[in-house]
Ligand binder design. Structure first.
Ligand code: FDA
Length: 571
C-alpha cells in the first residue's frame, strides 16, 4: 500500500465521506481512496436492528469522546458518541430523518455564504433520498404516518421511511389530539421535512422498510458500488495528518496514516484531501497538520502551516433531558414510536414577546461572555452577528425552539427533549501532537441562561401534555423526575438541579470548521475549501454554521451531495 497514489483522499468513511467518495468515483477516470479508522459493520446486529438504538454505545464502534468538566452545568463531563465504522455515525444514530426549517438554511446565506440556502439545498436533500411510500407497506396501517411527495426524493441512495417496527396502535392520533387541546395548540404537520417543521408529526427514519434494518451511509453509498475499480477503502486505518507539498505554501499532497498492522505510511493525493472525520475529529486533524491557532500548535511542537485561529472554535451542541410517566396501558416492546413536536417560541413560552425583548437586550453581553470564555479567539462582534441571526430565526421566522420526542414501551411513556438552538458555544482543540490522543472538547453546555430557560420550559411543556386529554387519562404519575424532585411550578433554578444532573449531549456537534466568511472567523469558504489551502476541504458536520432544528444526518447527506458537485465543477 505504501506507494499508492490516488486523485482524491477522503479521510473518514462516515456519513459525509461515503457520499463524496461515491459521487467522485462516478467519474471512471478518477481514483478515490477512503481512509476509515473503523471496520465494516454490515452484519453487526447492534447496527442493523431497528429497535437497537443504544446497543452500540460503549462498544468498539463508538468513539465515545469525552468532554471536559462542564463548569456551567454542575461540573461533570459528558460522553459525546460518534460511530467508528464504515458508515460513521449513521451506523449508531437514532435514525430520525428530519431536516431543518427553510429559514435556518437561508441563514447560512444571510451570514455570508452565497448560494447556501434552502432552495439550493432542497434538490440535494432529494438527491440523497429514496423515500419509501408508506402506501406500499400495509403493516403501517393505523400508524398515523403521512408525507408530502413534493418534499421527497424517490430515486436516491438513502432509504427513508417507516418499517414494521413502527407503533400502529392509534397512539399517534391520541397524541395529536392532545397537542390540539393544549392552551396554545401545536398544529398537526403532515410532513416536517418540507422546510416547515413547526407542529406535531410522525417522522420517518433512515430504514430499509422491506428488510426492517437500519439504513446507513455504507449501505446507501458504498456496498452497492464496492465493485468500482476506482473506489478504494482502507478500513481500520487511522489518518494522522495531512502532508504538504514541498515548496508550496499550502498544497496537500497526501495523508500520513497508521495501518491496521501499526505501520505508519504516507498515501499520496494528486488532487485533493477531503476531511470528513466528523465535527469532533476534522478540526483536530487540521491542527495536527499545522492549520489552526499558532499559540495552540506551538504548545505541542507543531509548526504552523496556516494561521487560522478559529479552527475548533464555535462548537455548538444541544443538551438532551428526559421525563417519564406511568402508562395505564402496557405497550408492546417490539414496536417504537416516532412522534415529534416542534413548538415555536409562541407555542413553548407563555411570555414569548417579553422573553424575546429581554433576549435581544442580553445579546451583546452573551456575545462578550462567549468570546471571553473562549479566550477572545472568536470576536464578540462576530458572535453578536451570529446571535442576532439566531434571535431573528427564533422570534421573527418562528423556527422551532424545542424538540419533544415521545415514546411508549411497557407500562411507561418516555419523553426526550431539548432546546433546539442553544446560544452557548465552546471549542475543541488537540491535547498533544500524538494523533491518537483524545482532544480537549469543551461545549460549554448551559453557559447562557436562555439555554437553561428553554430546557426548563420544554420540561414544563411536557408536563402540560400529560395534564391534557386524552393523554391525561392514559398516563399515571410522573416518575422522572417526579413532583417530589421538581415541584409543580418550579422555576428555572429549581429545574436546573435535575437538568444538570441528568442531561447528556444530544450528539449534534457542529461548526468546529465553520463555513463562514474568513473575516467572521470561518474555517472553510463556500466551496468548503479550508482558507489558505489550495486543495484541502472539510465536508462533514463541522462546516454547518448554525444548528438545525431537525437532526443532523439528512442535512449532512445533503451538504455532502452538494459538496461533491462543487468539487466536480472545480476540477
Ligand atoms: P461521521 O461520524 O458519520 O463520520 C466520520 C467518520 O470518520 C467515522 O466513520 C470515523 O470513524 C472516521 N474517522 C474519524 N477520525 C478518523 C481518523 N483519524 N482516521 C480515519 N477515520 C476517522 N442524526 C439524525 O439525523 N438522526 C438521529 O436520529 C440521530 N441520532 C444520533 C444518535 C447518536 C448516538 C449520535 C452519536 C448521533 C446522532 N445523530 C442523528 C447525528 C448524526 O448521525 C451525525 O451528525 C452525522 O452522522 C455525522 O456525520 P459526519 O459525516 O459529520 O461524521
Amino acid at each position: 500500500k505504501s506507494d499508492s497514489t490516488y486523485d482524491y483522499i477522503v479521510v473518514g468513511g462516515g456519513t459525509s465521506g461515503l457520499v463524496v467518495a461515491n459521487r467522485l468515483s462516478e467519474q471512471k477516470d478518477t481514483t478515490v481512496l477512503v481512509i476509515e479508522a473503523g471496520g465494516s459493520v454490515y452484519n453487526n446486529p447492534n447496527v442493523t436492528n431497528t429497535l437497537g438504538y443504544g446497543q452500540a454505545f460503549g462498544t468498539e464502534i463508538d468513539w465515545a469522546y469525552e468532554t471536559t468538566a462542564q463548569e456551567y452545568a454542575g461540573g461533570s463531563s459528558q460522553v459525546v458518541r460518534a460511530g467508528k465504522a464504515l458508515g460513521g455515525t449513521s451506523t449508531i444514530n437514532g435514525m430520525a430523518y428530519l431536516r431543518a426549517q427553510a429559514a435556518q438554511i437561508d441563514a447560512w446565506e444571510t451570514i455570508g455564504n452565497k448560494g447556501w440556502n434552502w432552495k439550493n439545498l432542497l434538490p440535494y436533500f432529494k438527491k440523497s433520498e429514496k423515500f419509501q411510500d408508506p402506501a406500499n407497506y400495509p403493516f403501517l396501517e393505523g400508524s398515523g404516518v403521512a408525507f408530502d411527495p413534493a418534499s421527497h426524493g424517490f430515486t436516491g441512495p438513502v432509504k427513508v421511511g417507516w418499517s414494521s417496527t413502527q407503533l400502529t396502535d392509534g397512539l399517534a392520533q391520541k397524541l395529536n389530539a392532545t397537542y390540539q387541546h393544549l392552551d396554545v395548540p401545536v398544529p398537526y404537520n403532515r410532513d416536517a421535512n418540507s422546510g416547515d417543521m413547526v407542529g406535531y408529526s410522525v417522522y420517518p427514519k433512515t430504514v430499509d422498510a422491506d428488510l426492517n434494518i437500519r439504513e446507513d451511509a455504507a449501505r446507501a453509498y458504498y456496498y452497492p458500488y464496492q465493485n468500482r475499480t476506482n473506489l478504494h477503502v482502507w478500513l481500520n486505518t487511522h489518518a494522522n495528518k495531512i502532508t504538504w507539498k514541498d515548496g508550496h505554501e499550502a498544497t496537500a499532497d497526501g495523508v500520513e496514516v497508521t495501518l491496521s498492522n501499526g505501520e505508519k505510511t504516507v498515501v499520496k493525493a494528486t488532487r485533493e484531501v477531503i476531511l470528513a472525520a466528523g465535527a469532533l475529529k476534522s478540526p483536530v486533524l487540521l491542527e495536527l497538520s499545522g492549520v489552526g491557532n499558532p499559540q495552540i500548535l506551538s504548545k505541542h511542537g507543531i509548526a504552523t502551516k496556516i494561521n487560522l485561529p478559529t479552527v475548533g472554535e464555535n462548537l455548538q451542541d444541544q443538551m438532551n433531558n428526559g421525563l417519564k410517566f406511568e402508562s395505564k396501558k402496557t405497550h408492546p416492546s417490539d414496536k417504537s414510536a416516532s412522534y415529534v413536536a416542534y413548538p415555536s417560541a409562541d407555542q413553548l413560552f407563555p411570555n414569548s414577546t417579553a422573553l424575546g425583548a429581554e433576549l435581544l437586550r442580553k445579546l451583546p453581553a452573551y456575545a462578550a461572555q462567549v468570546a471571553s470564555a473562549n479566550g477572545n479567539i472568536t470576536k464578540a462582534r462576530d458572535i453578536y452577528r451570529f446571535f442576532k441571526v439566531q434571535y431573528d430565526l427564533i422570534f421573527k421566522d418562528e423556527i422551532p425552539v424545542a424538540e419533544i420526542l415521545l415514546s411508549a414501551s411497557g407500562a411507561a411513556y418516555s419523553s426526550e427533549y431539548w432546546g433546539s438552538v442553544p446560544f452557548s458555544r465552546g471549542s475543541i482543540h488537540l491535547s498533544s501532537a500524538d494523533p491518537t490522543a483524545p482532544a480537549i472538547i469543551d461545549p460549554k453546555y448551559f453557559m447562557l441562561d436562555f439555554d437553561l430557560h428553554a430546557q426548563a420550559q420544554a420540561a414544563r411543556f411536557i408536563r402540560d401534555i400529560f395534564k391534557t386529554e386524552p393523554f391525561a387519562d392514559m398516563a399515571g404519575a410522573e416518575t422522572t423526575p417526579g413532583l417530589s424532585t421538581v415541584a409543580a411550578g418550579a422555576d428555572d433554578k429549581a429545574w436546573s438541579t435535575f437538568i444538570y444532573s441528568k442531561y447528556r449531549s444530544n450528539f449534534h456537534p457542529i461548526t468546529t470548521a465553520g463555513m463562514l466568511p474568513k473575516e467572521l472567523g470561518g474555517v472553510v469558504d463556500t466551496s468548503l475549501k479550508v482558507y489558505g489551502t489550495s486543495n484541502v476541504r472539510v465536508v462533514d458536520a463541522s462546516v454547518m454554521p448554525f444548528q438545525v432544528c431537525g437532526h443532523l444526518q439528512s442535512t449532512v447527506y445533503a451538504v455532502a451531495e452538494r459538496a461533491a458537485d462543487i468539487i466536480k465543477e472545480q476540477q
